[in-house]
Design a protein around this ligand. Sequence first.
Ligand code: PEP
Ligand code: MG
Length: 568
Amino acid sequence: MYSFIKGIAASNGIAIAKAYRLIEPILEVTEDCIEDVEMEITLFVNSMKTTQTELEFLREKVRKEQGDEKALIFDAHITILNDPELTDAVKNSIRDEKSNAAYALKQVSNMYVGMFETMDDPYLRERAADIKDITKRLTSHILGVRLADPSLIDEEVIVVAEDLTPSDTAQLNRKFVKGFTTNIGGRTSHSAIMARTLEIPAVVGTGVATEKIKHGDLIILDGFSGKVHLQPSEEMIVEFQERIEEYQMKKAEWAKLVNEATITADGQRVEFASNIGSPSDLEFAIANGAEGIGLYRTEFLFMEAEKLPTEDEQFEAYKKVLEGMKGKPVVIRTLDIGGDKKLPWLEMETEMNPFLGVRAIRLCLLKEDLFRPQLRALLRASAYGNLKILFPMIATLDEFRSCKAIYLEEKENLIASGVTVAENIEIGIMVEIPSTAILADQFAKEVDFFSIGTNDLIQYTMAADRMNESVSYLYQPFNPAILRLVKMVIDASHAEGKWTGMCGEMAGEELAQPILLGLGLDEFSMSAPSILKSRSNIKKMNKVEMEVLAAKALNCRTAEEVLALVKE
Ligand code: PEP
Ligand code: MG
């Protein structure tokens, strides 16, 4: 009988195929008392060597197929594998307790996994998965058991697994693997990130996929809604098949717009840019027709690193993006840490309300040893493209002035020491705090541009934590209160001959775009897969008509009224 399971929509697209249950062999580890300690240590050391070779092979494969950045995960695994704290503990246990290698490894690994799994920080919690991954590989070699090998799949399937380790995901062949679903995982787990890069539809965190789906069952995976349909009827299969074809046809149609400018039916031009989290996202942004980068969230560079990235490491990342965009605008945001984003290697005070605490620019102004090297790296990279610098979470003019003063100091020092720095780097601020939106007319005299961060602007205006499901109904981009703030910002910038962009999720929302166009937004920055579709929509709109629509929307009383108006 038909049923469905619901998980987290981790990667867009629809797939209809037979389920392929990726079943892990049981690696049964028993406790044995051994006599030949040296032989057991040799067994462990040899399995380390085989694991090392295997990881190096995977790293090369991923590097070739998915780029340097995605291969970094294997560097992390190799580092764990060679961490003497872990390996010495295993050897000591073999030696002192006469444990067999597999058992000694299991004990040590459990201890570390337990330690990481209980940490508050989601980044550190996910490191437990890396240790499990390494342990599994090592144990298989100690026991001489072959692991399930996703690279052997040679027919079109949807992979169903308890969890997919990063190395499993890396081995998936896009030609055959049409999608995957797992019991475990969230949007930021490595397998979800890789699925998006590989453009494989995925639903993660279902809790029950392996329990409900049998090997060989025909299933439909909907990566848009996060649903997996079991025992679908003939009609459903036909319906989803049509949706796949429709989506393909639409994509082919949109793809024709990849090199076109974004121009309305009445000839008004706006800019459609992409949000990125790392230089490796650039290729995808360009392939999706980005006219610029409207937001490069640099914090991911810091969050993925094991220590503070050096000025040179940062310079290389920023340069890569600037060069890659070949003179098109690139807005790079300085570090936005705090709230839900933490740095594993940075000690921070525990706060009652981290979203209202030492976040983003507040942290940078407190810790200039974080801020100044980033500004220097940005200034040095500016010679390689069209850089605009964006400061996050600005609440007062004084904060902006402090940022600008530090920036100018670093700039002068670099120039004095003979470093080439671009002449006209624009300096802008995120408008994501109501005080800044309200005072936009004053800010507009001093900044070069605004970028409206609606994700936070809505959270702070409605006083509704963006992480809290129970108040998610208050995330209301269409609330007239939000629209009025957006209007104030755009009008204020235009009055001073400046421009306004939007890099919050609202900019990519199909129903919001007509209003934003009517309000006069200059730049829309969104996730890459939304660009071409949005461009095709904008081409059909008449700006003058949208101005009338926006004016009506501003006078509505509720978000529902605005939505009804746009749909009309
Ligand atoms: C925003 O707040 O809208 C934004 C783009 O920044 P982030 O989502 O990174 O906080
Ligand atoms: Mg924000």
